[in-house]
Write a protein that binds this ligand. Structure first.
Ligand SMILES: CC(C)(COP(=O)(O)OP(=O)(O)OC[C@H]1O[C@@H](n2cnc3c(N)ncnc32)[C@H](O)[C@@H]1OP(=O)(O)O)[C@@H](O)C(=O)NCCC(=O)NCCS
Length: 171
């Protein structure tokens, strides 16, 4: 039952609420994590989304962003952070954010999306382990989930990746 959930583009006035949710979900020292090395420039505006209740759209319940990254000099997406307020988790706010984000990205012609996350959660949205695709992509440091996951948004896009490469930040 997710009819009461609305996904909308993030506004500047949501920023404080988003920071509180990210601190709550990832801790105050979250900026030390490797993924933040890929977040030095702003995330893509059209893919910076929040979830809220339809009847209370100014209260942010979940948040998702996607950053542009480079592999083999080609621009791809890195999903994250994705987080939902603790007392609203498990009610579909996260799932709708990913679905909307991935659909928007696909419709804009984006080719590949990476995420450092739990395979058990992301597999339902079309993400694979790199091993399963016979790919080895180095990152700038260790990842919390030990690995990157990959989702092909445009058919055949995986062919753009060499077997061994590195994911680099943009900017
Ligand atoms: C992960 C997160 C964003 C999911 O959002 P959510 O709104 O709680 O999840 P949803 O309600 O959309 O989806 C819930 C479903 O995902 C499953 N799920 C949630 N986290 C999971 C995980 N780590 N592994 C496997 N399944 C998971 C639930 O069991 C549930 O399954 P069901 O629909 O079959 O019952 C949220 O729990 C969260 O903010 N967690 C802390 C931060 C985090 O880990 N972010 C992702 C890191 S990349």
């Amino acid at each position: 039952m997710t009819e009461h959930i609305k996904i909308r583009e993030k506004n500047k006035s949501d920023d404080v609420q988003i920071e509180v949710i990210l601190d709550e979900c990832f801790g105050q020292n979250r900026r030390n994590r490797t993924v933040y090395l890929y977040r030095k420039i702003p995330p893509l505006k059209y893919l910076s989304l929040v979830s809220c209740k339809i009847n209370d759209p100014s209260i942010v319940i979940g948040t998702i962003s996607f950053y542009p990254v480079l592999v083999n000099k080609i621009k791809f997406l890195l999903l994250g952070p994705l987080a939902v307020k603790l007392n609203y988790q498990g009610q579909g706010f996260g799932k709708l954010l990913i679905e909307k984000g991935i659909n928007l990205a696909t419709s804009k012609g984006e080719k590949i999306c990476f995420v450092s996350g739990d395979y058990k959660y992301y597999k339902d949205f079309g993400f694979y382990k790199l091993n399963d695709k016979n790919l080895n992509i180095k990152t700038l440091g260790p990842l919390s989930y030990d690995h990157l996951l990959i989702c092909e948004l445009k058919k055949g896009a995986l062919n753009l990746l060499p077997k061994n490469s590195e994911i680099l930040p943009m900017g």
